[in-house]
Structures are given as C-alpha cells and as structure tokens.
Design a protein around this ligand. Structure first.
Ligand code: CA
Length: 635
C-alpha cells in the first residue's frame, strides 16, 4: 500500500511537471511576440533576436493572416512580381495606397513592393504593340520604352529586373506565338539575326538607362513554339540567338545577367523532360528553366516540384516559377469578366478564395521551389492589374461607368486587349476590354493593398496569426458532388454495369480510341477512356424518361494534352432547349466536376444527357461518375 501511494505521488508530481512544461512552451512565443515581434507599418519590424548562444533567432511577426515561415529561405531567394501593366494603369488615373491609406506616387508604389519583401520585378516586352496608325494593342502597351520606365522605378526601389521578351507584337502563350509583324516573312535565319539584334539593343537601352537587369527571358510560355517557329531545331536556333545576345552584353558590361527559358503546363506527364532534352540536344545555352504555375490549371504542387527538380538535377539548371496567382474573390471589379470565376474548370480546393488563401498559395509555391536544389524564386503575375474605375453592375450609373472604363482602356491600353489588337490577335477580335485578373490582384479594386502582398516578407519570419478559414471554398472540389445510388437516376453512371452499352457513343472522327476500361477509375471498376493522335470529336449520351421536376446532371473528367480551345462539354437536350456546361482536363487523375444545373421538366417526358468532346490531336482523358438527380426544393 505504502509503495503504491509513493508511486501515485511520484506520478502526480510528474504529471504536474509535464503540464507546467507544456504551458511554458505554449505561452512563451506569445510573450516574446509582444516585445520582439511588434508589427509596424513601415516594414521595419524587428524580426530577429540574438539569443544567449549568439545564434540569430528569427521570430514570427504579428499579422492579420497566417503564414508559416519557409525554413532556410536564402537571402537572395527571388520573391518577384510581374507589374507590366502598372504604367498603363497609372496613365489611366488609377491610384494606389499604402497600408495606412496614404496615396502613393509611382516611385512610392515600387517602394511599397520592396517594403513587402519583393526583391525582383518582371516586365514583358513586345516588339511593336501598335497598329499602323500608332494605336496601342493594350495589355499595358508594353513596348521597350514602357519597360525602361518601369525598370527605373523598380531599380530605384532597390529591386532587380527580369525582362520577359515575348518576341511578338502582343501576347505570347502556348496557344499564340506569332512573330512580330516586321519579321513575319523572314526565314528562320533572318529571324534569329533580328531576334539577336533586338535583344541586344533592347538590353543595352535598359542598362544605359540604369535599369538593374538581372535576368532576361527568351520567349514566353514557349511550349513547342516561339516567334512563329515550331520546329525544335528552329526554336533552338532562336533560343540560342536570344541567349547569345544576353551573354555578349553581360560580358561587355561586366554584369551577371541570367538567361531564362519559360514554359507552361507542368501537369502534362513528360512535357518538361521532353523540352529539356530537346534543348540539351540542341546545345542551347541557358541558366534557368522557368514554369508558369496556376493551381487551377497546372496540376499539383508536388508534381511541379518533381518535374522542376528533375530538370535541375539532370541538366544542372536553375529553376523557378515565372508566373503564379490566386484569386481572393469571385467578383469582377471593372466590367470585364475575369479569367477565374466560380465556374472555372479544375479550380483547386486547396486554397480558400480569400486574402488568406492567396497567402497560402504564395507561401506554398515559394516553399515548393525553395525545396528544390537550384530552385531560385517565384514571381506572382500582375498583382496590381486592378480596375481603372470600379464597376458595380447593380449601381444606377453602371452603364456610364462601363462606357468610361471602355474609353480609358482603349485610350491608355490598360485593359488586356484593345479593339485594334484584333488585326494581329484573332482572339482579341471578339474579346477585348479591361482587366481579366482584377480578382487575383494583391490590391483591392480601389488600389489598397491586401495583406497577402506582405506574404513575400512573412515567409521569412512566419506570423503569429491564427489561420482563419473564411468558408468560401472554390465552387468545384476534388471530392465533388456526392450522390447516393438511390438518388442517381442515371443508368450505369460509372460504366460498370453494362460495360457502357447504356451509353450511345458517336465517334465523329471515326478513329478515336473511346473505350470503357478500368485503367483510371475515379470510383468503381471502370471509366470511359479516350485518346486520339489526330484532332477528334465525339459524343456520348443517354435518353431517359423523367417525371416533371428540376434536375441536375453532372460528371467528372481527368486528362491532359488538350489545347486551350478544346471543348469538353456536358449537354442536356430537354425538348426545344439545350443546356451546356464547359469542363476541361487539368492533369492525370486530377478529376474535375462539370455540372448542368436547373434542368426543368414542366411535365414528365424524355431528356437526353451527354458529353461532347472536340479536341486537338494527342488529347487524352477519362470520364467517370456521372449523375442525374432530382433537385429538392430549397436546393
Ligand atoms: Ca475584370
């Protein structure tokens, strides 16, 4: 008995000690914050402290958003932003403010970026973004003179500059790589000579204007094409010509300037490995293999880290993310619809649509790149491309504001494209106007900075704030709609039951591999796989009898290698009416849901539900888990 009491006493004592130790451990950082980590508005808060053993200890700072510190982030890790549209916005009368609400002049705007931990600025350059009459194509009218002005402000703020040559007169991306007007009839050798001269002269102009250029990008998102050339030997010749111009200028000026190549769509299996091998085979001299990474299009962060890591180690190249972004709202601020909305295909569920969500996204990408040996930096794309005037569709004067915005966009080039750009860019013929990314900015619609802008500084210390989930998740999630078998009115919704024979497949191309198999199921034992090495189109549908009521039709798709304009559509034919919803492929086993809502049958009858695909050669994927269910009142 006595021994038991003794052991009990020791046990209680131990428990008390443990509790005290835990309490101290939990309370201690909070105490230190109040004295060491006071957040101040000028960006100069004390974040380090000499501890007793002389080591520099970094303390998390007080903040309104939660940011986990990125460990071992090197001092020179690039925390960059692309602010190419800024001058056009400034010319449009757009005002920006600091965190205290003070209006900033142009230099003040760049100083604010630097205060927020941004140390690099990316600026795109188009050769001749003007029509014959000298009207700008818009998108910031980013010619060389614009880059000089932006570069000088960035340099004065202590930041370095990356010049992003598109070698085009307007937007270059995987779908568009048109040569500049002046070069369109050139042979590839003539293009190489012109590209080298343009790169050299532009770079000298920038350096002579005291712009601190540290990197030069040879082409933008050059996925299998650059400057109108799609043969890799020709592409390698052009990459080499641009890189060679950078090397010679850097040597003459005795300044380190790195050569960057930039690609997109890391989610496609083998794409980057293939590109890197082709560059190596052509002996292209470059320093950095850069990728775009938009989470809603470009697969998982682990995949990004893996494919970039492989190139870094295989070819001894530096790697980085040249563009990324995330939206804090689904709202549109200027009357020009945004690229990313609630119905965006493949929108990733990992981040909230909020300022906190932006910080999480930025921090995640920085952490992933920093985790790669030779991972050198991340650039956020166009964090300041906000409305020229805030447009509220509900306001009494909405029509007037929209008309004024359209006039300002056209006059100053502050929208993504002007009407006159249609002569050069087919897409801009139909679709031109204002900012398509105002909901992904790190400033609100009126030019006040969001706290997510400070993420670049916060990643170096971490913050003490609690993570607050605002509950506004992206509309479409990886899990997607869960429909019980009892509620699902669709026969053979996942292709298991009848080996697909309930579905009518119409292969319009004739040669498409459309097959029910078990290779990539989202659930169950089967899915509907498709692939073709030629451009192809097909439909798959069922006709079903339903009672009067309101219904929802949805399904899931995964796949890749599709063109930007490819169609992956769900449709519902209900009497005279056809309803559709656009889906898309965003990577292997990255299932995205597409939903046709509000299918109203006034009386009982038949409807046809189906999918339509019109895709470019090489696209592949699989459909699974369709559902057709009755909407209950109140849904
Ligand atoms: Ca907009």
């Amino acid at each position: 008995m006595e021994q038991k009491k003794l052991w009990l006493g020791i046990g209680i004592l131990l428990a008390i000690v443990v509790v005290i130790v835990v309490v101290i451990a939990v309370v201690r950082p909070t105490k230190e914050d109040s004295t060491e980590g006071m957040s101040t508005s000028d960006g100069a808060e004390s974040t380090s402290d000499m501890s007793s053993d002389g080591e520099d200890t970094i303390m998390p700072v007080d903040a309104g958003i939660y940011v986990e510190r990125v460990d071992d982030l090197s001092e020179d890790f690039i925390n960059g932003v692309d602010i190419s549209s800024y001058l056009a916005l400034s010319n449009s009368g757009v005002k920006f403010y600091d965190f205290e609400g003070n209006e900033l002049d142009d230099q003040g705007f760049f100083d604010l970026l630097a205060d927020c931990g941004i140390n690099y600025v990316r600026i795109r350059v188009w050769n001749d973004p003007y029509d014959e009459s000298g009207n700008g194509y818009g998108g910031g009218n980013n010619d060389l003179a614009t880059a000089v002005q932006l570069g000088q402000w960035a340099t004065s703020a202590g930041m370095k500059v990356m010049i992003d040559f598109h070698y085009s007169d307007f937007w270059a991306d995987p779908a568009k790589q048109r040569a500049p007007k002046a070069w369109e009839n050139y042979s590839v050798e003539e293009k190489a000579a012109a590209l080298e001269a343009f790169t050299r002269e532009s770079l000298l102009t920038l350096l002579d204007a005291d712009v601190n250029v540290g990197m030069v990008q040879i082409g933008n998102e050059t996925n299998g094409k650059v400057c109108g050339e799609s043969d890799w030997n020709n592409m390698n010749l052009l990459f080499g010509a641009g890189g060679g111009a950078v090397r010679s200028v850097a040597e003459e000026r005795d300044q380190e300037i790195l050569v960057v190549l930039h690609f997109a769509d890391p989610e496609t299996e083998g794409r980057y490995a293939d590109y890197a091998a082709k560059l190596a085979a052509g002996n292209v001299d470059y320093d950095i293999f850069a990728s775009s990474y938009y989470p809603y299009w470009h697969g998982s962060i682990d995949n990004l880290q893996s494919v970039l890591g492989q190139i870094a180690s295989t070819y001894d190249k530096k790697v980085m993310v040249a563009e990324t972004a995330w939206n804090y709202t689904y709202a549109d601020g200027d009357g020009q619809s945004n690229t990313i909305g609630a119905d965006t295909r493949g929108i990733d569920r990992e981040y909230d649509v909020s300022v906190q969500g932006q910080a999480m996204e930025i921090r995640t990408v920085i952490d992933a790149v920093a985790g790669i040996e030779n991972g050198i930096g991340v650039f956020y794309w166009e964090p300041a491309w906000i409305p020229v005037q805030v447009y509220d569709p509900e306001a009494d004067n909405s029509a007037q504001i929209l008309a004024q915005n359209q006039e300002i966009w056209e006059r100053e080039g502050s929208g993504w494209a002007n009407a006159c750009a249609g002569e050069y860019d087919a897409e801009a013929k139909e679709w031109y106007g204002g900012s398509a990314v105002d909901n992904q900015a790190l400033f609100d619609f009126t030019g006040h900075p969001l706290e997510s802008l400070k993420t670049f500084r916060y990643v170096r210390t971490g913050t003490n704030a609690a993570y607050v989930d605002n509950g506004e998740k992206p509309a479409l999630t990886q899990e997607g709609t869960v429909v019980s078998d009892a509620d699902n009115l669709l026969p053979d919704p996942g292709f298991e039951e009848s080996d697909g024979s309930m579905w009518i497949i119409s292969d319009e191309t004739g040669s498409t591999d459309i097959e029910v198999n078990g290779t990539n199921n989202r659930s169950g034992s089967a899915c509907l796989h498709f692939w073709n090495d030629k451009d192809f189109s097909y439909t798959v549908e069922q006709t079903i009898s339903l009672e009067a009521g309101t219904y929802t039709f949805g399904g899931f798709l995964q796949g890749g290698d599709a063109g930007r304009d490819d169609v992956f559509e769900l449709y519902v034919i209900n009497g005279e009416e056809t309803l559709t919803a656009e889906g898309g492929v965003t990577g292997w086993q990255n299932w995205s849901e597409t939903v046709v809502d509000g299918i109203v049958l006034k009386e009982s009858g038949e409807i046809t539900v189906g999918i339509r695909v019109e895709a470019t050669a090489g696209a592949w994927g699989a459909w699974d888990d369709f559902y057709l269910c009755r909407q209950v009142a109140g849904d």
